[in-house]
Ligand binder design. Structure first.
Ligand code: FAD
Ligand code: NAD
Length: 324
């Protein structure tokens, strides 16, 4: 059996790895140059920034077992930030005893480790699926074709899955229904460390949702690099604001939230995630049209967290293998 997985985020990789371990031949395709999708890291001369997934938690027992294995491999480690909540009243220390995990030395270490020797066709945006006698042909945006594959798993964010699922109207409709919310993520490198004993904070006022000292995570460079994430509502209102303006605005908001004067910046970049997170959690697990040998998975089928995406990918593989 040959399977194509479209999307090298954690959902697609989870599906591909479970199939690979069952002895199935799998190819992964992604439009980006690397793997990881929203579990993404930016490498700069000023050190790295985790611009997507900040950390992840593990609640499901199968996922917890997988995370233990990833720790043994050295792909992830626990992260124990000095954690705060910031609201109109100020800063409140907000530690809890929940384990939080990060990829080491950057988030993408996990996707690289999990892909291992599974073939990845990067920089390949799939535009169309064509049904032929032997299965499915994948057609990319340069009109190059791949396959045929007997089975296809679409593991892209919901809006990007819709055109690929057209042959299975029920799946395409579900993907259409799964709205996704945007978010801005600003990477800012300061000349010197901030004069504050805080590694990360959930922000509950203004445009910010989350701020984090990237260098507080295990394995990162010591550069004073911070990642600032906006709320979905603020991103919705500023979808077309120039990136530089967004970056400056969110850095100002950081100064206000922390109540300190910030040092000079030596790196500043804003990334717009059009499909940052699903608007709501679902209990779909994965979507299947077995009569067409077509499947879909992703965080939008479960929950907008790394764990939800991994579970959804695992479910797609299990359904395809007839185990569910
Ligand atoms: P994705 O990671 O989006 O992967 C889909 C892949 O499909 C992408 O690589 C994309 O390039 C590819 N693709 C799309 N269309 C095509 C096409 N036509 N052809 C080929 N390839 C295509 N979760 C947490 O648990 N903790 C956090 O702290 C956290 N923070 C977050 C912060 C931000 C800023 C964002 C954006 C997300 C965050 N999340 C967090 C959510 C988490 O990152 C996602 O739930 C998870 O990574 C989704 O994985 P996925 O595989 O479903 O999708
Ligand atoms: P989690 O349990 O650490 O956080 C879940 C939510 O609980 C947080 O957003 C926060 O509101 C609250 N919370 C948790 N611990 C807290 C504490 N000590 N003090 C105050 N509030 C606390 O992790 P999770 O459920 O695995 O979620 C992962 C994170 O991913 C969340 O923070 C979520 O907002 C974030 N996320 C962000 C995006 C984005 O685009 N920015 C997308 C998807 C998920």
């Amino acid at each position: 059996m040959s399977v194509a997985v479209i999307g090298a985020g954690i959902a697609g990789i989870s599906a591909a790895r479970h199939l690979h371990e069952a002895g199935i031949s799998v190819d992964i395709f992604d439009k980006s140059r690397g793997s990881g999708g929203r579990m993404s890291s930016k490498r700069t001369e000023q050190g790295e920034f985790d611009v997507g997934t900040q950390y992840f938690t593990a609640r499901n027992s199968a996922f917890r077992a997988a995370v233990e294995h990833w720790q043994e491999q050295g792909w992830v480690a626990t992260w124990q930030p000095r954690l705060y909540r910031i609201d109109e009243q100020g800063l409140h220390r907000s530690d809890d005893d929940q384990p939080r995990y990060v990829g080491t030395p950057r988030m993408t270490a996990l996707s690289r480790g999990l892909i291992g020797d599974i073939p990845l066709h990067s920089a390949t945006r799939i535009a169309e699926l064509q049904q032929v006698e032997a299965g499915w042909l994948l057609v990319d945006t340069d009109a190059q074709t791949y396959g045929p594959y007997q089975q296809v798993i679409v593991a892209t964010p919901a809006p990007q899955a819709v055109p690929l699922l057209e042959s299975a109207p029920a799946l395409a409709n579900a993907a259409r229904q799964a709205q996704m919310e945007p978010g801005w993520a600003v990477s800012v490198g300061f000349d010197v460390p901030l004069a504050i004993d805080l590694d990360a904070a959930f922000v509950r006022c203004g445009p910010l949702d989350w701020v984090c000292a990237n260098h507080s995570k295990p394995g990162r460079s010591e550069a004073a690099n911070w990642v600032l994430q906006s709320t979905p509502a603020w991103a919705n209102d500023h979808l077309d604001t120039p990136a530089q303006e967004v970056a400056e605005h969110l850095v100002d908001a950081l100064a206000k939230a922390l109540g300190i004067t910030l040092p000079a910046t030596r790196f500043l970049h804003a990334h717009r995630w059009l499909y940052a997170r699903p608007g709501e959690d679902r209990e779909w697990g994965a979507l299947a049209a077995p009569e067409l040998n077509l499947y879909a998975c992703g965080d939008w089928c479960q929950s907008g967290r790394l764990e939800g995406a991994w579970l959804s990918g695992r479910e797609a593989a299990q359904v395809l293998l007839g185990k569910r």
